[in-house]
Design a protein around this ligand. Structure first.
Ligand code: ADP
Ligand code: MG
Length: 276
């Protein structure tokens, strides 16, 4: 008899998430449930549909890529996982626990110890040095200065910025700034990393270097990563799974090869065609 393989439970899970931006959110939800599309909801309620009934499970130790055109809801989805955004409907689970019921202390703990984030625009503190930027989150969560500086230096080295710890962001190239962004997130030693188009602002060669750095780090660290991009080649290089969003809805969630060989619809097929 073959043993039945039971997959491990997901680290992160979105269950039937909808997010409406605007005052008439309840009316907009009703319209969506009765089958109205995003444009109709906007015309009738003035609300923007960020997401509509999205369910997605993120496996431990995987890089799960979220793809879609601009405005398809990628940032909206990922920001639910650390509750920068609360849903209009649905639940968000972390290790099976509904994070929507966290109190203020629980939420602080979530953002300081369980999940860190890397942004497209880097989001560095301009008046802090590289070291100051990497150390900042560790200091605010109460770690001792001596160990923080040590830790910061180690991650600065690990992302390839040895010798730059005293520089300020404006003295660095875009690629170097995002290395700081990555070091800052890694220094928090959370095992979940949210990355919202972290490499989209970089030139193609720098972008490739950063992808390789992430691949190397991931081989070593095996974090649970939610990685957003609108570039399918990047998604294929980095992801074990790719979730495709269109107009706030999930149209496919599958391993890269399945996306390539069995695109769910024309929208996904058009992304696949960009691979050449
Ligand atoms: N703060 C906001 N207020 C109103 N509408 C928003 C807001 N943020 C996002 N949206 C709308 O929600 C939809 C999804 O946006 P977003 O999640 O930013 O998409 P993406 O990251 O894929 O570009 C878009 O139609 C966008 O205009
Ligand atoms: Mg976005």
């Amino acid at each position: 008899m073959n043993p039945v393989e039971i997959p491990p439970p997901p680290r992160l899970e979105a269950r039937h998430i909808s997010k409406i931006y605007g005052i008439a959110a309840q009316r907009a939800l009703q319209l969506l449930r009765s089958g109205a599309d995003k444009a109709t909801v906007q015309a009738e309620t003035g609300c923007q549909v960020g997401l509509h009934d999205v369910s997605l499970a993120i496996a431990a130790g995987h890089t799960h890529v979220i793809m879609g055109l601009s405005g398809s809801g990628k940032s909206t989805l990922v920001r639910h996982f650390n509750r920068l955004i609360d849903p209009s409907d649905g639940d968000i689970l972390l290790d099976g626990q509904n994070i929507l019921s966290l109190d203020a202390a629980g939420l602080r703990d979530l953002r300081r110890r369980r999940i860190s984030m890397v942004f497209q625009g880097f989001g560095l503190l301009p008046h802090e040095t590289v070291q100051g930027n990497v150390a900042y989150g560790l200091l605010t969560r109460g770690e001792k200065k001596a160990t923080v500086l040590d830790k910061a230096r180690r991650w600065i080295d690990r992302v390839g910025l040895t010798g730059y710890h005293d520089r300020h962001p404006h003295e660095l190239s875009g690629g170097m700034r995002q290395r700081v962004g990555l070091a800052r997130a890694l220094a928090m030693e959370t095992d979940i990393l949210l990355m919202d188009e972290p490499f989209s602002a970089l030139d193609p060669l720098t972008r490739r270097d950063m992808q390789q750095l992430l691949i190397d780090l991931q081989a070593e660290l095996q974090k649970t990563i939610v990685f957003i991009t609108h570039d399918l080649a990047e998604a294929f290089r980095l992801g074990q799974r790719i979730a495709m969003l269109r107009d706030g809805q999930l149209v496919q969630d599958a391993p890269p090869e399945e996306i390539r060989h069995a695109p769910a619809d024309d929208y996904v097929a058009r992304f696949v065609a960009t691979l050449g």
